[in-house]
Design a protein around this ligand. Structure first.
Ligand SMILES: *Cc1c(COP(=O)(O)O)cnc(C)c1O
Length: 363
């Protein structure tokens, strides 16, 4: 296919072409069933297989231990901001948050509606251009949990190492924009959650990986659909799931497996982002990275130029050459290239070449 854009959208974002083509092949007639996967009962054998295989493949590729539940929920990561404190807050134990940017702020805001919170660390004084270092993060020993935002999608920062937590304090990570982009030691976490639409599939499904003992924390008055134990007990089939989205996630997971798994994906991602970070660092200040180098994200590359007029020109010229999604988020401004798993190496090398050429013409 020749008319695929160089897609750097922040989310929903690029999907692997191979996955789109496979879905297209199966779209009208799923494996000879005479109907699309969307037209089937979620209690049917073919759909149950999709659901089971997606969960099993995620466990295998991400190294998820047996004492963790994998759930496919709805409502996006934004619903998790509230569902987590609803289920996991404990009386007289504050929920601890590290404030690293726009998404962390939204997460803590929801917890504040529901109980006591405490800031364990913040980089707000530096305009969220970095992730606080381990020693800057102080978690009360009695915290109900510590919440971190693994990758700040808007600012373009990412944890290289996750903070240490006191023995009885589960670590919770919003990995919406970097799930399965690199290997992580799942056993260090109580909960990992992510909307699928950045690294794993289309919008509509939210992945929650939760250590099983935490399912028991949920207070009695929390409504059925907002309880993790409801979904865990029913294999994410308590009510009608977002079946097409889960099916697409299954295909993306198979695609990750075919590329050699999460470790191979991480290597490919590093090679991709190096092209663009090198274009920034080699520009003599023409392009200026927003994130402090030690906190640079492998998923969202944020940068600015000397003035907004030049940035506008950059966007206009890039769009004319087939690049999409390079405008920075309105809260930070400047430019942003989102280089999720499915963004091909070719898109990144084309962007690096465009940046060089743009600088030559306007520098
Ligand atoms: C996109 C994003 C969200 C919000 O996800 P929704 O699925 O739209 O609710 C939350 N956190 C991070 C880090 C994100 O990148």
């Amino acid at each position: 296919m020749s008319n695929r854009a160089y897609n750097f959208n922040a989310g929903p974002a690029a999907l692997p072409l191979e996955v789109l083509e496979q879905a297209q092949q199966q779209f009208v007639d799923f494996n000879g069933a005479g109907m699309s996967i969307m037209e089937m009962s979620h209690r049917s054998k073919p759909y149950e297989q999709v659901n089971d295989q997606a969960q099993a493949l995620m466990r295998k590729l991400y190294g998820i231990p047996d004492d963790y539940e994998v759930m496919f929920l709805q409502g996006g990561a934004s619903t998790q901001f509230a569902m987590l404190p609803m289920n996991l807050l404990v009386p007289d134990r504050p929920a601890a948050y590290v404030l690293t940017g726009s998404w962390a702020q939204k997460a803590v805001k929801e917890a504040q509606l529901l109980g006591e919170t405490v800031l364990a660390g913040s980089s707000e004084a530096d305009k969220f251009n970095r992730i606080p270092k381990g020693a800057e993060i102080n978690v009360p020993a009695n915290a109900a949990y510590l919440h971190v935002t693994s990758n700040e999608t808007i600012e373009g920062t990412q944890y290289m190492d996750y903070p240490e937590v006191p023995a009885d304090v589960p670590l919770i990570a919003d990995m919406s924009s970097d799930i399965m982009s690199r290997p992580v030691d799942i056993s260090k976490f109580g909960v990992i959650y992510a909307g699928a639409q950045k690294n794993l599939g289309p919008s509509g499904v939210t992945i929650v990986i939760m250590r099983r003992d935490l399912l028991e924390r949920c207070p009695k008055q929390v409504p059925t659909m907002l309880r993790y134990d409801t979904h865990a007990k029913n294999g994410s089939l308590y009510n009608t799931p977002p079946s097409f989205s889960v099916y697409m996630v299954q295909l993306v997971l198979q695609w990750i497996e075919a590329r050699g798994g999460v470790e191979a994906i991480a290597r490919i991602n590093r090679d991709k982002t190096k092209l663009i970070y090198d274009a920034i660092d080699g520009s003599g200040g023409f392009y200026r990275g927003f994130a402090s180098p030690e906190s640079r994200s492998q998923m969202n590359i944020t940068f600015r130029m000397q003035d907004e007029a030049l940035e506008k020109q950059f966007i206009a010229e890039s769009e004319a050459q087939g690049f999409v999604g390079l405008k920075g988020h309105r809260s930070v401004g400047g430019l942003r290239a989102s280089t999720y798993n499915a963004v091909p190496h070719e898109s990144c090398s084309a962007l690096a070449a465009f940046m060089l050429d743009f600088q030559r013409r306007h520098g």
